[in-house]
Design a binder for this molecule. Structure first.
Ligand SMILES: NC(=O)c1ccc[n+]([C@@H]2O[C@H](COP(=O)([O-])OP(=O)(O)OC[C@H]3O[C@@H](n4cnc5c(N)ncnc54)[C@H](O)[C@@H]3O)[C@@H](O)[C@H]2O)c1
Length: 393
């Protein structure tokens, strides 16, 4: 057994659960043995060599389904630096040069939030499968256009985050599907920190705590409770000026504080709170967050996710029949939030399917744009998009 492979496979062990559709989750449900060579490595190009690339690259370069052949960044020194660090043969200073250079099939987009739509379109037009950091596009209409383009070309488009792939999410979704909480009434989710200091795009138009942070809770809550019918929101800027590395003082335009109310239908209402002004005693260390960041209550039970939904540590549950708050699902079972692009490549190589879908990512995007409209107009906004739900039966 090749130890690297065993370790990688452990990181791809995702619950092995059965989807509502009956398909099996993309995962290393069976550990790869030495003689079990993967049939295919997906030739991959990564665009955007900033902060998050340091999270993606170690996983992509260890994946038996991925061959990273090129890197790209409009700050060429970053692409060059990451190419040297991860021993990638080719690096380029812009997407045109990358697309004209070393051939590849799968584009991993880790650029600024506002750049994704443009880059993803370029990639799809060039026939590349896409994994995009959030958001896939700036608006629902543009995102739907991209998805249609992908379908027309018989290529794939996926977007972060993958919170629905954690074993803790699976535990909660299956408990809800069994009716353990009785009639579900309400949910609350929160996520925040003191805000990034390395790039200004987080605070510019099209940035904000909604697409950067609330997107995790919105993916989890819609995955657990179903698509949203209407949104009400209040957004604000608490810190109008920030200091950004290499740039100095900037004005904050996008929300750095957000409160959303989501109507899931049948009387079920959830609340999401996110912001860039939230002090935490543990800083932003996932292993340090022990609070319930997602709470769901029904007339016969309560469930709380311990820790962030992108790095959950367990689920506490109490019900009428079993009223002592008890901790479940403490094993990450290989789930890490940075795994999405490697899982997508595994799907391309094996034909397996991911639990997270572009339709859900676009529904979450519509919630975000609707929240902005609601806050600006003082009105409740009806949504038009949906996705296949429930994820687990
Ligand atoms: N940093 C994190 O820990 C983290 C975690 C999860 C998700 N994300 C998401 O990852 C994405 C990137 O965030 P980041 O923190 O790495 O930002 P960053 O500013 O550190 O990196 C972005 C990189 O993209 C490059 N870039 C921008 N436009 C480009 C273009 N048109 N072509 C090529 N390169 C381009 C920039 O030069 C920069 O190096 C965002 O969507 C963010 O929400 C970041």
């Amino acid at each position: 057994m090749n130890q690297d492979r065993r370790q990688f496979s452990k990181t791809t062990l995702l619950a092995g659960a059965t989807l509502a559709s009956g398909a099996t989750l993309a995962s290393g449900a069976t550990l790869l043995l030495a003689d079990d060579e993967p049939k295919k490595r997906i030739r991959t190009g990564v665009i955007g060599c900033g902060s998050v690339s340091n999270q993606y690259m170690p996983i992509l370069t260890r994946s038996p389904f991925v061959d990273v052949v090129s890197l790209c960044d409009i700050r060429p020194e970053r692409a060059r630096g990451q190419a040297a660090k991860y021993k990638i043969a080719n690096h380029y200073p812009n997407i045109d040069a990358m697309l004209a250079g070393e051939p590849f099939d799968f584009l991993v987009d880790l650029t600024d939030m506002q750049e994704h739509e443009k880059i993803n379109r370029r990639g799809l037009e060039a026939g590349k499968h896409i994994w995009s950091e959030k958001p896939i596009a700036n608006t629902l209409a543009a995102g739907q256009e991209l998805l249609q383009l992908a379908k027309n070309k018989n290529i794939r488009l996926w977007g972060a985050p993958i919170t629905v792939h954690s074993p803790q999410f699976a535990f909660m979704a299956k408990s809800l599907a069994r009716g353990d909480l009785g009639r579900v009434a309400a949910a609350h989710a929160h996520y925040g920190h003191e805000g990034p200091s390395w790039s200004s795009f987080f605070y510019e138009k099209g940035g904000g705590s909604l697409p950067d942070l609330a997107v995790y809770n919105l993916t989890s809550l819609t995955g657990l409770l179903g698509p949203v019918k209407q949104v009400s929101a209040m957004l604000s800027v608490v810190t109008p000026e920030r200091d950004i590395r290499e740039k100095g003082k900037i004005q904050v335009v996008a929300e750095d504080n957000a409160m959303l109310l989501l109507d899931h239908g049948a009387g079920l209402v959830s609340h999401v709170q996110s912001g860039f002004n939230y002090f935490n005693v543990h800083g932003h260390d996932g292993s340090g967050e022990k609070r319930h960041t997602i709470e769901i209550v029904g007339n016969r039970g309560y469930m709380g996710m311990v820790g962030y939904d992108w790095a959950p540590l367990g689920v506490e549950m109490a019900t009428h029949d079993s009223p002592k708050l008890t901790l479940h699902a403490t094993d990450a079972d290989g789930y890490v939030w940075q795994l999405g692009a490697a899982l997508a490549a595994e799907c391309l190589a094996t034909g397996r399917e991911l639990l997270v879908t572009p339709e859900q990512a676009l529904h979450v995007l519509e919630i975000i744009t609707a929240a902005r409209e609601s806050s600006a107009t003082g009105k409740r906004i009806a949504l038009s998009s949906t996705f296949r739900w429930p994820l687990f039966t």
